[in-house]
Unconditional design. Structure first.
Ligand code: ASP
Length: 319
């Protein structure tokens, strides 16, 4: 049996020990652990990495602490619009949805696009119709409302700012006052299963106060998500515009494929050099075909965790 492994993230950003309370730390740690255990159960029973990353992400979408599914941030029009994607490293098939507002679990819709349509990326009404026709749970858009995110958006519109969910320190006007506003974010999972197959999944509410149909990196294959059995599986979180321009997830895979870099070196090159030079804050989680993993970020912290073949869980928040 191959070395199974699952890594998850719950967003990167200005997350410092000083800005955290023990209760919040506990809640985030628990949320990440639940996700890891959900995916591990599948991997342990020789299930696929695709099923494992989906299951892990669903738990994070359902957890209002994270900016994906329930608990997503608000757009400039006071709505919740979500993006998600998934990729299979074995076939390099992929599916994604963007700007959806009534699909309870956007990651399930991304999987449907991959499995049941000839397409890769579907947006808005079409994606919702497709999900509904295939039996996915559709909810009223109010399901995604949380007071906490609403208040966060109210502060953001006052200053007409498009806010990365977790970039508190990059806040020249100082309007981000509370600790909780400086963290949380997109969620993602990457895994290697017993058959040696890699998969990656990412889901997000995007950026607070994002405008008119803005779509980030999370549903863009190669930018926010990528998986290839010859190299690695990657899920990203951070300032999406930079991750799209630097094609972050694919770039890591390409450095491994063409330049024979190790996963760790490839991730360092892209996250700690290229992105930093360009000004792109954030991080990635990745697993390679041999079961090596990395959680590389250039921000203050990243909610992250890993579960190894022996079932041992490790969760981290700070640098
Ligand atoms: N990458 C996401 C986006 O730009 C945001 C995040 O990771 O929190 O939509």
């Amino acid at each position: 049996m191959n070395k199974i492994i699952l890594v998850v993230h719950g967003g990167a950003g200005t997350i410092t020990k000083q800005s955290m309370t023990p209760e919040k730390e506990k809640a985030y740690t628990e949320g990440l652990t639940v996700a890891l255990e959900a995916g591990y159960k599948i991997l342990k029973n020789r299930g696929s990495s695709l099923d494992a990353v989906s299951a892990a992400v669903v738990t994070l979408e359902d957890n209002p602490l994270f900016n994906a599914g329930k608990g997503s941030v608000f757009t400039s029009e006071g709505k919740n619009e979500m993006d998600a994607s998934i990729m299979d490293g074995k076939t390099r098939k992929a599916g994604a949805v963007a700007s959806v507002n009534t699909i309870k679990n956007p990651i399930k819709a991304a999987r449907l696009v991959m499995d049941k349509s000839p397409h890769v990326l579907m947006t808005g009404k079409g994606a919702i119709r497709f999900a509904q026709e295939n039996g996915l749970e559709i909810v009223d858009s109010s399901y995604f409302h949380t007071d906490f995110r609403y208040d966060q958006w109210q502060k953001s519109i006052k200053h007409d700012k498009i806010q990365l969910d977790h970039s508190g320190d990059k806040d020249p006007k100082g309007w981000l006052k509370t600790e909780t506003e400086k963290k949380f974010g997109t969620v993602g999972a990457v895994a290697l299963d017993a058959n040696g197959n890699l998969a990656a999944a990412t889901s997000t509410g995007g950026m607070t106060n994002k405008k008119w149909g803005r779509i980030g990196d999370s549903p863009i294959i190669g930018a926010g998500t990528y998986a290839n059995n010859n190299t690695c599986a990657v899920s990203c979180t951070g300032h999406g515009e930079y991750f799209i321009r630097d094609v972050v997830a694919y770039d890591i895979s390409a450095l491994m494929e063409y330049k024979k870099l190790s996963l760790k070196d490839a991730a360092e090159e892209v996250v700690m050099k290229k992105l930093v030079t360009d000004g792109g804050e954030g991080g990635i989680i990745a697993v390679d075909k041999d079961g090596n993993y990395t959680m590389t970020f250039n921000s203050e912290g990243m909610y992250r965790g890993v579960i190894t073949a022996d079932g041992k869980v490790w969760v981290g928040i700070y640098k």
